[in-house]
Design a protein around this ligand. Structure first.
Ligand SMILES: *Cc1c(COP(=O)(O)O)cnc(C)c1O
Length: 362
């Protein structure tokens, strides 16, 4: 029997995507071999690769001005690749700090140029519990780009309206909320997302980049680190992570079969309403630290009255097959990661456990 998987990443995948992989694992479409064994230059793999790009393009309505890339190295390599390509040594870029991952992105940029902090929502206790208001952003109109983290996986906050950045390209780390709802990517210079949160297994990172922004990238860095190299080769410059792309294709096909991103948004909002509703109802026992306007639909964090109860909650939930609920080691508490693959039914099961746990321990 499968667990109810609330892991933050790698995270649960939709069962139909896994079953499809199982059914064609040893022999892919009568070809006498597994997709893992096919050349990345062969027609079988290329069809999968192109289908994954086509599905992403359809689901998000990505315009011709932008290109989809499949890279490796996770979001962490993007922390470095973005400034390598676009931060000129004597210029600056704006970083908005809303959590640990934005700090890491900033740290890489500092090694390459002079990034500025355009806003930070770090609290006196070093925690982040909100997204900055528009008026707090001190943007430099000459910045090479503005970098944000659209969803803060560790602290459970999410941008619900994009910042106004004028003509400066907006760059977003969307690792933990890419494809959670319809998103107009035409306003972004670049977005990136490691697949292992909301769209597939680890090993592939999706980048959607505006072509005219890409053309500004430096030419004096190693070829493998230039976006243009991957764009010119349809992400087949070197051997791509073929199995990760294949499995992501299965997940994307599942999303489309569910009704696309409109259906994902409905599903994710329903889950968030059920869970935050429960937290608000039982606020004497469960404390949700995030400012209401900044609550994440993907990673829902809360604490119990004591750390000991946090631990007992996680351990008892596990006995009922609910896994992955321990908060990030730097934040503590409980974290429910409710990516696309998590169903409203899964959240209802969790909430009824929360109710009986509060009754027994409150
Ligand atoms: C998980 C995560 C990362 C790190 O991703 P890797 O693929 O491990 O490099 C970066 N940013 C966000 C928002 C994340 O959730």
């Amino acid at each position: 029997m499968r667990a109810i998987n609330f892991n933050a990443g790698p995270a649960g995948l939709p069962l139909p995507a896994l079953e499809r992989a199982r059914d064609e694992f040893v022999e892919f479409q009568g070809s006498g071999m597994s997709i893992l064994e096919h050349s990345h230059r062969g027609k079988e793999y290329e069809a999968v690769h192109d289908e994954a790009i086509a599905l992403l393009t359809r689901l998000l309505g990505i315009p011709d001005t932008h290109q989809v890339l499949f890279l490796q190295g996770g979001a962490s390599l993007q922390f470095a690749m973005v400034p390598m390509n676009f931060l000129p040594g004597d210029g600056s870029a704006d970083y908005v700090l809303t959590g640990t991952w934005s700090e890491k992105a900033l740290d890489e940029a500092k090694l390459l140029g002079n990034p500025r902090v355009a806003a930070t929502t770090i609290g006196p206790d070093k925690r982040y519990t909100r997204i900055p208001r528009e008026a707090e952003l001190q943007l430099d109109p000459k910045a090479a780009y503005v970098h944000i983290t659209s969803n803060n996986t560790i602290f459970g906050t999410q941008w619900h309206a994009w910042p106004q950045v004028g003509s400066v390209p907006l760059v977003a780390d969307m690792s933990s909320d890419f494809l959670w709802r319809p998103t107009d990517l035409s306003r972004f210079g670049l977005v990136y997302a490691g697949a292992q949160k909301n769209l597939g297994p680890s090993g592939v990172t999706v980048v959607v980049i505006r072509k005219d922004f890409m053309a500004r990238g430096r030419k004096d860095i190693p070829k493998i680190l230039r976006y243009t190299t991957h764009a010119e080769n349809n992400s087949l410059y070197n051997t791509p992570p073929t199995f990760a792309v294949y499995l992501m294709r299965n997940v994307l096909a599942w999303i489309e079969a569910q009704g696309g991103l409109v259906a994902m948004e409905r599903r994710n909002n329903e889950k968030a309403e059920i869970l935050y509703g429960a937290l608000d109802r039982m606020s004497g026992f469960y404390r949700a630290p995030v400012e209401k306007a900044a609550r994440s639909t993907m990673n829902i964090v809360f604490r119990l009255p004591t750390e000991e109860l946090d631990d007992r909650f996680v351990a008892e939930a596990k006995k009922q097959r609910m896994v992955g609920l321990k908060g990030h080691r730097s934040a503590g508490g409980v974290r429910v990661s409710a990516y696309n693959a998590v169903s409203p039914e899964n959240i209802r099961t969790l909430v009824s456990f929360m109710e009986s746990f509060a009754k027994a321990n409150g």
